[in-house]
Design a binder for this molecule. Structure first.
Ligand SMILES: *Cc1c(COP(=O)(O)O)cnc(C)c1O
Length: 354
């Protein structure tokens, strides 16, 4: 019997999704850095992605890149480096996204010490208001970076649709291209990478509206869930069920819909409300809010309904389910990005790669 609760990863479907996204990128002369953070950089999962033909692997956490050190493919650190961890950044990342010259100076010293050249992609904030220098400061900062030893200014990049929800467009990515040209002219160099964002930029490829100079993307969600994140649409020919969550029934009983007694607050201090559907068949699954926000799980059997959860228990109405269940049976769920992130991060969830 397989152990529950677990998340199953279908590596064939994952490789397939990767091939589709890589293909879309290649058609537009774009390199792809597959983002591994949502699954905490688990090596077996990353390997399926490497087989799908990506150009590099990318993660926001240096701890995850460490787990991938044995894979012979360039590694990109997505989150701006912490000064307290520069030695690891230089050791485990070939490339990092940066916006602070003080940090890049520290990387420069460490790269020289480790006898390495570390590649920098300078982040430009195009309005999403997360990381990046302002567009008007880009040329000045590039000039500072170019003076440093042990550092290669590999390119520039931007991140959108994360904090501010700003959607990538011909206009804002056009501005990124323009900034690249400004830097190239000013210093008479060629930037190797113009990195035009994450899974929210994929729709521009589908519409053939990606500015020509953009030659690099950093898709995560598009590969693992087969969805683009500007409009939440499914990407053609991809699977949405690479990952499946499986929980086990630990109690199965018929109970009424409304609790008995004076109702105060639930385990989290919220006052619950209930709909009276009469007596229902209710399954308790051994998983809870310590592992996942259960609202982000979707039973594969659409006739089931998640009623609620406490820290360790999730209650599901299975009265109308397609088949008869018994205690000890498994129930399967689809996941969205939020659920996947939490389940992968929970040490209580077993991760099974098939
Ligand atoms: C998380 C992240 C990505 C990947 O985002 P998706 O929406 O999963 O494609 C790309 N770039 C940066 C800088 C990130 O932090």
């Amino acid at each position: 019997m397989n152990i529950c609760p677990r998340i199953e990863v279908d590596s064939n479907k994952l490789r397939h999704n990767t091939e589709i996204i890589v293909g879309l990128c290649k058609k537009n002369n774009i390199q792809s850095a597959a983002v591994t953070k949502v699954f905490c950089g688990i090596p077996e999962i990353a390997e399926a992605i490497v087989q799908g033909g990506v150009n590099m692997l990318a993660d926001s956490r240096i701890d995850n890149l460490k787990k991938l050190a044995h894979l012979k493919i360039p590694k990109l650190l997505l989150r701006l480096p912490m000064q307290s961890r520069i030695a690891e950044v230089v050791k485990y990342a070939d490339i990092s996204l940066n916006s602070e010259i003080a940090t890049i100076e520290k990387i420069s010293k460490e790269a020289v010490r480790q006898n390495k050249v570390h590649n920098i992609i300078l982040m430009i904030d195009l309005g999403d208001l997360r990381e990046g220098v302002w567009e008007s400061d880009a040329v000045g900062t590039a000039g500072e970076i170019l003076k440093l030893d042990g550092i290669n200014l590999m390119g520039i990049g931007t991140n959108l649709t994360c904090y501010g929800g700003v959607i990538p467009s011909k206009e804002n990515l056009g501005l990124l291209s323009e900034v690249a040209t400004r830097i190239e002219k000013e210093f008479e160099i060629k930037l190797e990478i113009i990195s035009g964002g994450n899974s929210s930029s994929i729709y521009l490829l589908q519409r053939e509206e990606m500015p020509e100079k953009i030659n690099h993307l950093r898709p995560g969600e598009a590969i693992v869930l087969g969805t683009e994140s500007a409009y939440g649409e499914i990407i053609k020919d991809t699977y949405q069920d690479v990952f499946t969550f499986v929980g086990e029934i630990i109690e199965l009983k018929e109970k009424q819909s409304i609790p008995i007694g004076k109702i105060g607050v639930d385990a989290f201090g919220n006052k619950p409300t209930f709909v009276d559907r009469g007596v229902r068949k209710r399954a308790i699954i051994a998983v809870g809010r310590q592992d996942v926000q259960v609202e982000h799980l979707k039973p594969i059997d659409e006739n089931m309904m998640i009623l609620g959860a406490s820290s360790d228990h999730c209650i599901i109405d299975i009265t109308d389910a397609d088949k008869d269940y018994a205690v000890g049976d498994e129930i399967r769920f689809g996941v969205d990005y939020g659920a996947l992130l939490q389940l992968m991060t929970s040490e209580y969830i077993h991760k099974v790669t098939k």
